[in-house]
Design a protein around this ligand. Structure first.
Ligand code: BG6
Length: 483
């Protein structure tokens, strides 16, 4: 349930994340009646501006703002949004912020007070800001919550340092670590699909499944974000967090209940069964100029000799009785031919005998765009002769749930945080287990143990490195034969 008397404070209110995700999500929630009654939203950042200028800015972040239905709601939203500027490293600024919040709380009819701090900030200020918030803005007689977002460090060690510094001030119960893939509709569907269907849970193991691919494709490069990206690379940007989170829910055992800790316990357990990635289980790529688009190294914000991968395929193994020997290929790339995120579960060959060269079954869960679940099956071609052809059982959301409005990931997650539900947030031990899997390969790529591996080139707008086909075939993937 939503608590009355809530103030939401967005720190980094003039930054990119706030603009693209936080404010649109807050407005989306308000518009649909999901923000607490009498909520106040406070923006905080270094930029000096008055409320009028700030209101103009947040208005510009909202899509279709002139629509008949949206405009009046937006006016109301602006009405309870205010701004205050201040630094990230000094007490005085945070004391001012606290006074600003108190000015709203003074009007409450009941004693209850709730503060939700959303850190839409660069990682360099996570530690000082969380400490200053605790010191100056954390209320004794109320609920305090803090939302933070990746990057959570750069490897296992730096993550541990970051976590312990934040923990020195914020209790695990108060802390919400976002991985926005956990807010996506199809990812949330995994729990239901897997555990509410006997037809799915039967055969969900090494006896039936040959290999699994979890794929992230983006059709644009690092345009404008080269500086950030080069320090992190595609593995830290996508695989270690988003794709690994998807993998953990896909492969965990059934949780005891829907309670957050029960779910997260199972995720941690399966992650801890995955050994660190071996070098031979990785394929690294970097895009080069093609189709009139610049290469990664043509970006002025990227060092001219950078070996940072913009594409990576890595194969993970889960050493438990359910999954032993099944390769899980996580692959992600920038500047590819399309935008697509999907899970592809390929079943084993049917026992040979009555059929030869028959396609394997595949269960595909398309996370975006256009959410869908489809199962590739062999069916008898209708007619007088018996011939099996591959076909699909198709649950495309747009057709099946034509009226449904699929929420944005950030809307779902902010709502969860307002309710105090941690199920779709990342616990500290999950992060540690995730970094443990990826840290050795990241250190190798960074040249800590000798020369860095050179990523293979792939053209902007292509399907990825040409070496990919051989890479996935090595793990037993077989392409469907058509008809
Ligand atoms: C972010 C990455 O976490 O996720 C970006 O930093 C990436 O590089 C983005 O573009 C993808 O998110 P979505 O929701 O568009 O798939």
């Amino acid at each position: 349930e939503l608590k009355e008397n809530t103030v939401i404070i967005v720190l980094g209110a003039s930054g990119d994340l706030a603009k693209k995700k936080t404010f649109p999500a807050l407005f989306g929630l308000y518009r649909n009646g999901y923000l607490p009654k009498d909520v106040k939203i406070v923006g905080y950042a270094r930029t000096k501006m008055d409320d009028a200028e700030y209101h103009k800015r947040i208005t510009s972040y909202i899509k279709n703002k002139d629509d008949e239905e949206i405009a009046p709601k937006l006016a109301e939203f602006i009405g309870f949004s205010s701004y205050i500027s201040g630094g990230y490293e000094d007490d005085e600024s945070f004391q001012n912020l606290n006074k600003h919040i108190e000015s709203f709380e003074a009007n409450y009819q009941t004693k209850e007070k709730n503060r939700l701090f959303y850190l839409a900030l660069p990682p360099s200020v996570f530690i000082p800001v969380s400490a200053h918030l605790k010191k100056n803005c954390h209320i004794k007689d109320g609920v305090n919550r803090i939302i933070i977002e990746k990057p959570f460090g750069k490897d296992r060690e730096s993550c541990a340092t970051l976590l312990s510094s934040i923990k020195a001030n914020w209790h695990e119960d108060e802390t919400f670590r976002i991985d926005h893939y956990l807010g996506k509709e199809m990812v949330k569907n995994l729990l239901v699909l897997r555990f509410a269907n006997v037809a799915m849970s039967a055969g969900w193991d090494k006896n039936s499944i040959s290999n699994v691919q979890i794929t992230f494709k983006e059709p644009f490069g690092t345009e404008g974000r080269g500086g950030y990206f080069d320090e992190f690379g595609i593995i830290r940007d996508i695989l270690q967090n988003h794709l690994l989170q998807v993998l953990s829910i896909l492969t965990m055992e059934r949780p005891v209940s829907f309670a957050a800790e029960d779910i997260r316990d199972e995720k941690v357990k399966v992650l801890r069964c995955i050994p660190p990635i071996e070098r031979e289980d990785a394929l690294l790529g970097q895009y080069v100029a093609a189709n009139g688009k610049p290469g990664y190294l043509d970006d002025d914000t990227v060092p001219h000799n950078s070996v940072c991968p913009t594409y990576a395929a890595t194969t993970l193994w889960i050493n438990n009785p359910r999954w032993e020997g099944v390769p899980f290929i996580l692959k992600a790339g920038k500047a590819l031919n399309e935008a697509k995120v999907e899970i592809r579960i390929q079943y084993k060959d049917v026992t040979q005998g009555i059929f030869k060269d028959i396609s394997r079954n595949e269960l595909v869960l398309r996370i975006q765009p256009s959410e869908a679940v489809y199962l590739k099956l062999n069916t008898k071609m209708p007619g007088l002769i018996t011939r099996a052809i591959p076909t699909e059982m198709d649950l495309t959301y747009k057709r099946r749930f034509a009226e449904a409005v699929i929420p944005e990931a950030y809307e779902a997650l902010i709502l969860d945080a307002l309710k105090g539900d941690h199920s779709n947030f990342v616990r500290d031990d999950e992060l540690d287990a995730a970094w443990k899997i990826f840290t050795p390969i990241l250190h190798w790529i960074e040249g800590r143990h000798g020369p860095s591996p050179r990523p293979v080139p792939y053209p902007y707008g292509s399907r990825g490195p040409k070496e990919l086909e051989a890479f996935i075939n090595k793990y037993g993937f077989k392409r469907t034969t058509e008809g």
